[in-house]
Design a protein around this ligand. Structure first.
Ligand SMILES: Nc1ncnc2c1ncn2[C@@H]1O[C@H](COP(=O)(O)OP(=O)(O)O)[C@@H](O)[C@H]1O
Ligand SMILES: [Mg+2]
Length: 219
C-alpha cells in the first residue's frame, strides 16, 4: 500500500493513533485517488474525528506514515502540509468579526500572500451553497450552525487545498442545503485533477459518491 505515487494521491498505511488520553489505539490504512472521495464510517466514538486531526497534524501519529503524492507527511513542515490538507471540523471555529472578515483573514497570513482573494468566486459559491450574500456583513458569531458549516467549508476551498478533510459537513443542514453542499463538493472535485476529499459522514453518502473508497473504523 502507498507504493504507487500516481495511483495513491493521498494514502496512509497502518497509521496508528490514540483516542483522547486513553490507551485505546486505532490502526487504519486507506488510499485516495485524484478527484475521488474516501468515506470514513464507524460508530460514534470510534475515532473518525480523531483520524482527521491526525491527518491534519493536529494530533501525533503513534506509528505508520501518511503520503501525499508519494511524499511522506513528515517531510513537509506542518504549515506547508496544512496548506495542502485542510481540516474542516464538525463545529468549526469562527474568528471575531464579520463573515467577510472570516473569509478574507487567512489572506493576511504570510503563507497565503501569493493567493488571490476573489470576491466573484465567493459570490458564485454563495449561490451554489444556498447562502444569502447579505450575511457577508453579519457578525460570524451570530450565524446558524448550518451557515457556519458552509462558511467554514468555503473558507477552506477558496484557499485552494489539495485535500479536504470534512467532518460531517452536512450534519447541521436541511435536505436542500445538504444537497447543495454535496453538489458543490462534486463540482470542486471535477474542476481540477489534484484534489481529493476524506469525508466523515453518518449518512450514507455512497449514492452521491458511488466510486468512493470506504474506510470502516471500529464497530
Ligand atoms: N480531547 C479528548 N480528550 C479525551 N478523550 C477524547 C478527546 N478527543 C476524543 N476523545 C475520545 O476519543 C474517542 C474517539 O473520539 P472521536 O474521534 O471524536 O470519535 P468519532 O468522531 O468517531 O465520534 C471518544 O471516545 C472520545 O471520547
Ligand atoms: Mg466525530
Amino acid at each position: 500500500m502507498c507504493d504507487d505515487a500516481l495511483a495513491d494521491f493521498f494514502c496512509f498505511d497502518k497509521i496508528s493513533y490514540l483516542l483522547g488520553s486513553s490507551s485505546r489505539r486505532i490502526e487504519v490504512s486507506a488510499s485516495l485517488q485524484e478527484r475521488s472521495v474516501l468515506l470514513v464510517k464507524g460508530p460514534s466514538g470510534s475515532g473518525k474525528s480523531t483520524l482527521l486531526r491526525v491527518l491534519s497534524r493536529l494530533q501525533e501519529l503513534v506509528d505508520g506514515q501518511v503520503f501525499f503524492r508519494g511524499v511522506s507527511m513528515r517531510s513537509f513542515t506542518p504549515q506547508v502540509w496544512r496548506s495542502k490538507v485542510h481540516y474542516v471540523p464538525q463545529k468549526p471555529a469562527v474568528f471575531p468579526g464579520t463573515v467577510y472578515d472570516n473569509l478574507q483573514m487567512p489572506y493576511n497570513l504570510r503563507m497565503n500572500k501569493s493567493k488571490q482573494f476573489d470576491l466573484e468566486v465567493i459570490q458564485r459559491s454563495f449561490v451554489d451553497l444556498m447562502l444569502d450574500f447579505s450575511i457577508m456583513g453579519q457578525n460570524a458569531n451570530t450565524l446558524s450552525g448550518g451557515e457556519t458549516a458552509r462558511i467554514a467549508l468555503l473558507r477552506s476551498v477558496i484557499l485552494k487545498p489539495n485535500i479536504l478533510l470534512l467532518d460531517e459537513p452536512t450534519a447541521a443542514l436541511d435536505e436542500n442545503a445538504k444537497q447543495a453542499v454535496l453538489d458543490f463538493l462534486t463540482g470542486w472535485l471535477e474542476k481540477k485533477p489534484d484534489r481529493g476529499i476524506v469525508l466523515v459522514s453518518h449518512a450514507d453518502e455512497s449514492t452521491t459518491f458511488p466510486a468512493a473508497n470506504i474506510l470502516e473504523i471500529g464497530g
